[in-house]
Design a protein around this ligand. Structure first.
Ligand code: EPU
Length: 422
């Protein structure tokens, strides 16, 4: 296993190219299962989660060819319908093959995804939506066994205790493309990744309107064809580099990033004093003056993304004054707090709220997180900490950040990967 070693205290400057969005690629690759024809997907980041999704497709009998960041998917004649435990247990997003398999094959067996370190992750909204379309779903031996001879369009409210669901919207929207009649999804997730999936489905011949809004209308068609698509840039990766610029008092241009996809965080960072502006083909982030503390609450898009909460907390941990961060999507997603405190931060957890008293400096330490974004938060803390920080269990970062240390190195960080001694 590898660890990341960071020697803090360097100002990050320069340009970083933002990779394709992990959370758009995963459902888009799953959507290729809806057709018999070849699809070509570009801008696929080299991440562990991508190889897991490609293994799931191969396991179903799909032919997959990868050349750099381009993946050609040949689903013709794929005959299996099982997403096995070994793969689903390493990546919860595997659930997004359920909708396409049901719609195309009329049968799916997907290992029931468990909870994870960011808290319980139920799938009731997925099941509610697919059942409303006419699927029969039961749980047997840890698997979701789903059958649907003929899916039928319907009017569905897709909401849960915490608002809309990204992957449930993806699943229901994908299944509805081949259902008979019209499906209206109310309280649909509006995330750019959901909209990008819809754009791909439309290229495949689906009839979808309203994507990117809480009301998506899908008119079922008999058949979808293959399509070519370039995936949007990863707003969470971009946001993480934006915070890396802020925390190191740097000046970084995020090539390919879209400001409108990150508007809630940009708003908070501007309020705090950071200069953020659109430049041709990207965003420039510049530290010009001492930042002010700011409160923030995570919400479904276009609100502040839960996937940026941990990284934002690292910045507030070294911002003079008191900030309050409230987590409304995953109220238990706070495993980074104890590690940040080990580095000298002063953060107190009160229910779903973290109260952060900004400290003058952090000190490097060996740290470990058990989730992707929490690990990114520790990297940010390491970039500004005095001395050396060892971020253990780097495989979490490899699930979601392409070439992280190379990109940081290019911006001027002192960072390298080392083999862990066992
Ligand atoms: N929820 C339910 N029932 C469901 C589904 C979700 O109650 O059936 C709840 C969740 O527990 C949570 C809220 O609804 O409180 C939102 O969850 P959502 O379903 O939107 O999450 P997801 O679709 O499983 C995606 C991203 C996550 C990201 C969330 C929220 C992918 C592959 N994953 O997950 O990304 O945190 O949306 O924006 O798109 C990450 O990239 O690190 C990551 C965890």
């Amino acid at each position: 296993m590898d660890k990341l070693v960071i020697e803090g205290g360097r100002r990050l400057c320069g340009t970083v190219t933002i990779s394709g969005a992990k959370n758009a690629c995963l459902p888009i690759l799953a959507a290729t299962l809806l057709s018999d024809d070849r699809s070509v997907i570009r801008n696929i980041p080299a991440l562990k989660d991508m190889s897991t999704m490609l293994r799931i497709l191969k396991n179903l009998g799909v032919r997959v060819q990868q050349d750099g960041d381009t993946v050609k998917v040949e689903p013709k004649g794929y005959s299996k319908y099982v997403a096995p435990y070994e793969l689903v247990s390493t990546m919860r997003a595997s659930i997004c093959v359920l909708g396409p398999l049901l719609a195309k094959k009329g049968h799916a067996e997907v290992s029931f995804p468990g909870g994870c370190v960011i808290g319980p992750r139920p799938i009731d909204i997925h099941l509610k939506g697919l059942t409303a379309l006419g699927a029969k779903i039961k749980v047997e031996k840890g698997y979701l066994i789903a059958d649907a001879k003929n899916l039928k369009g319907t009017h569905i409210y897709l909401g849960g205790h915490f608002g809309s669901s990204v992957l449930a919207t993806d699943n229901v929207m994908m299944a509805a493309t081949l259902a008979k009649g019209v499906t209206i999804i109310e309280n649909a997730a509006c995330e750019p990744e959901v909209a990008d999936l819809a754009v791909f489905l439309v290229k495949m011949g689906a009839k979808i309107k309203g994507h990117g809004t809480p009301r998506i209308i899908v008119e079922g068609v008999k058949k979808l064809h293959g399509a070519e698509h370039t995936v949007i840039a990863d707003r969470i990766e971009a946001g993480t580099y934006m915070l890396a610029a802020a925390i190191t008092k740097g000046d970084v241009t995020l090539k390919n990033a879209k400001l409108e996809h990150m508007i809630a965080m940009v708003d908070k960072l501007r309020e705090s004093g950071l200069v953020i502006k659109n430049v041709p083909n990207g965003i420039r982030v510049k530290y010009v003056k001492k930042l002010k503390p700011t409160d923030m609450t995570t919400l479904p898009y276009p609100g502040f993304a839960t996937d940026m909460q941990a990284q934002f907390m690292s910045l507030m941990a070294v911002t003079d004054g008191i900030s309050v961060i409230t987590e409304k999507i995953y109220p238990e997603r706070f495993i980074h707090i104890s590690e940040l405190n080990r580095m000298g931060a002063n953060i107190l957890l009160e229910g779903p709220c973290a109260i952060i008293k900004g400290v003058k400096s952090l000190s490097g330490a060996p740290v470990m997180a058990s989730d992707l974004r929490a690990s990114a938060a520790l990297v940010l803390a390491g970039l500004v900490a005095k001395g050396k920080t060892d971020v253990h269990r780097i495989y979490h970062l490899d699930r979601g950040y392409e070439n992280l240390e190379k990109k940081l190195l290019k911006l001027g960080a002192k960072v390298w990967r080392e083999k862990e001694r066992s």
